[in-house]
Write a protein that binds this ligand. Structure first.
Ligand code: F6R
Length: 616
């Protein structure tokens, strides 16, 4: 949450910083602000609302040219989304500007201390204290901004990325990191700091991963990193494996539509190179020994939101293939319920961003209990994979729309690969059996492509439902998490009541929600390999239809039986049962996107949300 960018180099800083904020706006859009240093003077512009409001302000009240600047796009935590709470925050003498992502937990004490010392605070944020504390620490640090940052950080509690500039040191940007994302971009005669590589990928693909509790100081030609205790830090360089065009809309009206359309490619990329010449699954990034994997007695998946739904799908496959019990836990609940985890557990943290605080905290808890940890993640260099024993990257490419789409499909793919790998290592499946599933998986990019043919049909149906006040989603087996995912997408984009249920649960309560005209979206199991479930879902349809529900069935090609039970049928390709989520989710994504569009909502940036949830 919150996007931050800092630049020092040879170009107009404002241009680079505002361009970076545009790329980071998915991280929060309650307000935006920038600060630059020109002729020894710090100048700030900030505005509540989306970046466009700041851009208008910059047009009306331009900033001077400068080669050093910082910028921030906010997801509000402390203090409402107002102009005065927007970042950057500035020291009383107007020389230091600070931007921040995270929460400074002891800010109330720090505020009190500053107020008692006569400092006038001008916002309700936790961030502002840092600007005043830096100003206070600078003299003791010989006016070295890095030194002042180190000493301020030693007194802060909570999670933070901070970036600061000082008018007296116009060529330096200093940033600090604890439990909140920060990457460094290494350019030619210019350097960058940002929450995410997307902010600088236009200029460079060379980047550095920072560790926790580190401070980085950049000038146009140098980057130096120290730990909070002042000792030199080890940093890992990496190359960003996608280019700037991947973070553009590429001819689509919405990032979400583009990302939905990219799913065949994302699935294919996430499967690439996973089988060796002997037809055995190889997971290069998976640095857990076969011995470790053989000793596992339980798998626990921790994740949030859409990633949690991917974990729910994975449970069906991993248990089926490995016979290892799999628990799927909401990361935010995990460590608060005294879970049973120990050395015989493999804890899999699924996270697109790799920065979700709830998931990170669950992972740390599991590691502290002695569990082996594995991250399934889409963001190289992010905290969750860095802190895991092993990682399996998904290759979805950057996901800019706040609602997750291609990440979900690739998370399922990656979890399936883990399941098959476990089955291989433990001898639970034979080589031909694994090979057969890999063949099925390798058919999926094409199947997902065919599922995209549903787009126009789904959009037309969604328009008909646009005035509904509530939509229910039901499914069985792996169709159940798909139903949950369909409902989540609709809630977050169309701001309407939507709920997903296991179809068998309807009669245990939720059926009371059905009244004349309520749309029920049914993820229909295959009549071929899940005949019993197919019959049972038809019974569920009958029950809700008898009470006035309007049925939209997502059913496979050739499932003729369903036709007479549904008001609308969307056809997805025939795939094996465990692969069905990869195709049946696609129309549900389009459905939510179109409902939101019909209601005039901002699909890519839904209200109250941000993409990377870096607070607990
Ligand atoms: C919903 C959505 C969220 C995320 C959740 C976890 O469309 O995007 O529910 O799935 O916040 O995020 P990551 O995967 O980054 O940990």
């Amino acid at each position: 949450m919150c996007g931050i960018v800092g630049y020092v180099g040879r170009q107009q800083a404002l241009e680079v910083v505002v361009g970076g904020l545009r790329r980071l706006e998915y991280r929060g859009y309650d307000s935006a602000g920038v600060a630059v240093i020109a002729d020894g003077t710090l100048s700030v512009r900030k505005k509540a609302g989306k970046l466009v409001n700041l851009q208008t302000l910059l047009g009306e009240d331009p900033l001077p040219g400068s080669t050093t600047g910082i910028g921030h796009t906010r997801w509000a935590t402390h203090g409402g989304p107002t102009d005065s709470n927007a970042h950057p925050h500035v020291s009383e003498d107007g020389s230091i500007a600070v931007i921040h992502n995270g929460i400074i937990e002891n800010f109330a004490e720090l505020r009190q201390e500053l107020t008692a010392a006569g400092v006038q605070l001008s916002s309700e944020t936790d961030t502002e204290v840092v600007a005043h504390l830096l100003a206070r620490e600078l003299p003791a640090a010989d006016h070295d901004l890095t030194g002042a940052m180190l000493s301020v950080c030693s007194g802060l509690e909570g999670a933070f990325t901070l970036v600061a500039i000082d008018a007296r040191h116009p060529d330096v940007v200093v940033a600090a990191r604890r439990n909140s994302p920060l990457v460094v971009g290494i350019g030619d005669g210019e350097n960058f700091v940002a929450s995410d590589v997307a902010a600088f990928v236009d200029y460079t693909r060379q980047a550095l991963e920072l560790g926790q509790d580190q401070v980085v100081t950049i000038t146009a030609t140098s980057v130096s990193v120290v730990n909070f205790d002042g000792t030199p830090a080890l940093v890992t360089p990496f190359e960003v494996d996608w280019d700037a065009s991947a973070a553009e809309k590429g001819g689509f009206d919405l990032f979400m539509l583009k990302e939905i359309a990219e799913q065949p490619r994302a699935v294919a990329d996430s499967l690439r190179g996973r089988v060796d010449a002997d037809n055995r699954i190889q997971l290069d990034e998976m640095h857990l020994s076969e011995q470790d994997l053989r000793s596992i007695g339980k798998v626990v998946v921790v994740a949030c939101g859409t990633a949690f739904h991917a974990g729910m799908v994975a449970k069906y496959a991993i248990e089926h293939w490995t016979r290892i019990p799999v628990e799927v836990e909401l990361a935010s609940e995990f460590r608060y319920r005294d879970p049973i985890v120990g050395a015989d557990c493999l804890v899999i943290a699924i996270s697109q961003s790799g920065e979700t605080m709830d998931t990170l905290m669950a992972l740390r808890y599991a590691a502290a209990q002695g569990a082996r940890t594995l991250a399934i993640c889409n963001t190289v260099g992010s905290t969750i994979p860095r802190e895991s024993d092993a990682v399996l990257y998904t290759y979805a490419g950057p996901e800019i729309a706040v609602a997750s789409t291609k990440a979900f499909l690739t998370q399922i793919i990656a979890s399936y690969l883990v399941g098959l790998y476990l089955a291989q290592v433990r001898g639970q499946m034979t080589a031909p059996e694994i090979h057969a599933v890999m063949d099925d998986l390798n058919d999926m990019p094409h199947a997902v492509d065919l599922a995209l043919d549903t787009v126009d049909g789904v959009r037309a149906i969604a328009r008909q439902f646009a005035d509904a006040t509530s939509v229910l989603f039901i499914g069985r087996h792996v169709g159940f998490p798909v139903a949950l995912e369909g409902a989540l997408k609709l809630k977050e984009l169309a701001y309407m009541h939507a709920e997903g249920f296991a179809a068998g649960e309807l009669k245990h309560g939720p059926i009371a929600l059905i009244e004349e005209g309520v749309p029920v979206v049914v993820v229909v199991p295959s009549p071929r390999n899940r005949a019993v479930l197919h019959d049972k879902i038809i019974s569920a349809i009958q029950e809700v239809r008898a009470r006035g529900a309007v049925i939209l069935a997502i059913a496979e090609e050739g499932d003729d039986k369903i036709t007479s039970f549904a008001d609308h049928v969307i056809r997805v390709p025939i795939v094996p049962a465990l692969m069905q989520p990869l195709v049946s989710t696609v129309p549900l994504q389009v459905f939510a996107c179109e409902m939101a569009t019909a209601k005039g909502h901002d699909v890519d940036q839904p209200r109250n949300l941000a993409k990377s949830v870096t607070v607990e």
